[in-house]
Write a protein that binds this ligand. Structure first.
Ligand SMILES: [Zn+2]
Length: 466
């Protein structure tokens, strides 16, 4: 007896042999996968007998996607910081907006981002940058209640700069070392491990906002609690300049020096890395989150993903945020990741669709320390599964499901989402959220926030709106 039986055309299992099962089916009981195989075999046990049956003979079944770099509250800030490089993007637009957010604004924004992620096939994400003013408790509880799986990294800081820019941070976002460290541990004790879906991580701010002593303390504390750390690193050349000038170290060397490398660390962006730094990432088992849309839009550069993969670095994929992407569609992000490496290396073989799907599934699972639980469709794993309809002009003819997922599909092609054995979206309707209310709330809160912050009040369009 199964709780859910999913009948598809292809199952991209991502198991150790990377088997793709044609005319494949998946059975789920409670929160786990209990059978994966050819439908003609599984039908005997499960067809017509499960509590819920999803018949999708024109669909691809694959593991839920894992986004390793998300800013939940930035979902409200789309189009608010266009045409700016990172530091002015942060100091003139993004931070003033975030520093004026109320907890109600933040919850409305986070709900929007979650809704979008579910509707585009993301089932697990790593949030970076929760702070006290957003009301982290309510947001974490919302993540849990809508059924997503997430590691939530709370920001830790004790300085107010960004690289060489002093006092860069908006006053509304400033917290002390004691406060930000203490609150992270409080959240950890309250929520870490909740239903096997919620994890609390440390999210130190970027160099310039954290002292060397505090970085070391974060490293030790995360090790003591057995949890993860994620931090933006080497996103722009100003980061390299700062660390070279002040610490006489390259960014990855700096991270290593303060204890922020290792298998429990996800470094985000790492656009600017030397061969030596890439080797250090591989040697220490440090994970990288590649965010190609964000890095492109802000003119930051393109990370050396093909070189990192070749050197043995675990590279994963992230959408980053509303004002840098401007969506949270990891399927679209896969395409951009797949396009940029051949372009910059002038080598059509620089990366393959298989590499990119691994970045969005198995590699993401490993980065979160959840490789035994999620990232593949295998018996015994948690049932985090998405169903992608291919009976659509852009995905026909269906001659190569792997290539089509990366180069041709779009988040909107996801029809059904199952997380931890629960159907969260069925036929594109999200069952755990009131979609209409989420959209109405965000429109209202965004307007109020833009007025309060005095940023993004008018759209940055060259043409008249009449
Ligand atoms: Zn980010």
């Amino acid at each position: 007896m199964a709780d859910i039986y999913v009948r598809g055309k292809f199952v991209i299992t991502m198991d150790k042999d990377r088997k793709i099962i044609k005319d494949g089916c998946v059975a789920i009981e409670d929160s786990r996968i209990i059978a994966v195989g050819k439908c003609e075999e599984l039908d005997k046990d499960f067809k017509g007998k499960a509590k819920e049956e999803i018949n999708a003979p024109r669909s691809i079944i694959m593991p839920g996607l894992i986004d390793t770099h998300v800013h939940l509250v930035q979902g409200m800030l789309k189009a608010c910081a266009n045409y700016k490089r990172l530091i002015p993007w942060l100091t003139r637009c993004v931070w003033p907006l975030q520093g004026n957010m109320t907890a109600d604004d933040a919850l409305a924004a986070a709900s929007l981002t979650m809704l979008e992620m579910i509707k585009t096939g993301t089932t697990t994400f790593l949030e970076t940058g929760m702070v006290g003013r957003y009301g982290p408790d309510r947001i974490i509880e919302r993540v849990h209640d809508v059924g997503l799986r997430a590691a939530i990294a709370r920001h830790v800081m004790d300085m107010t700069g960004y690289a060489l820019e002093e006092n860069a941070l908006h006053p509304g976002l400033i917290e002390s070392g004691e406060q930000s460290m203490g609150d992270t541990e409080r959240l950890y004790r309250k929520y870490h491990g909740w239903d096997g879906r919620i994890f609390i991580w440390y999210g130190p701010r970027t160099p310039g906002a954290v002292s060397v002593e505090l970085y070391r303390e974060i490293s030790a504390k995360a090790r003591e609690l057995g949890t993860g750390i994620t931090m933006h690193l080497a996103e722009v050349l100003e980061d390299v300049e700062y660390m070279t000038k002040v610490f006489n170290r390259k960014p990855v060397e700096f991270a290593h020096w303060v204890g922020l490398t290792g298998p429990n660390v996800v470094l985000v962006h790492v656009v600017w890395a030397s061969d030596k730094e890439i080797e250090l990432l591989a040697k220490t088992g440090t994970h990288v989150s590649h965010n190609p849309s964000s890095n492109s839009k802000l003119g930051s550069g393109i990370a050396r993903v093909a070189d990192m993969l070749k050197t043995g670095v675990n590279v994963t994929l992230g959408c980053d945020g509303g004002p840098s992407n401007d969506n949270y569609d990891l399927i679209e992000e896969m395409k951009i990741a797949a396009l940029l490496q051949p372009a910059v290396k002038r080598n059509a073989k620089a990366i393959r669709a298989e590499d990119v799907i691994e970045m969005a599934t198995t590699r993401g699972a490993r980065a979160l320390g959840l490789e035994n639980e999620i990232g593949s469709v295998e018996v015994g794993k948690r049932a985090d599964i998405i169903v992608i309809n291919y009976w659509d002009p852009k995905l026909m003819p269906m001659n190569d499901p792997v290539s089509h997922i990366v180069y041709a599909a779009h988040g909107d092609d996801v029809t059904d989402v199952i997380i931890d054995g629960k159907i969260i979206m069925r036929n594109r309707k999200v069952l755990t959220m009131n979609e209409e209310k989420v959209l109405e709330d965000v429109q209202k809160h965004a307007r109020e926030l833009f007025e309060r912050a005095g940023v993004c009040v008018e759209p940055n369009i060259k043409w008249p709106i009449v």
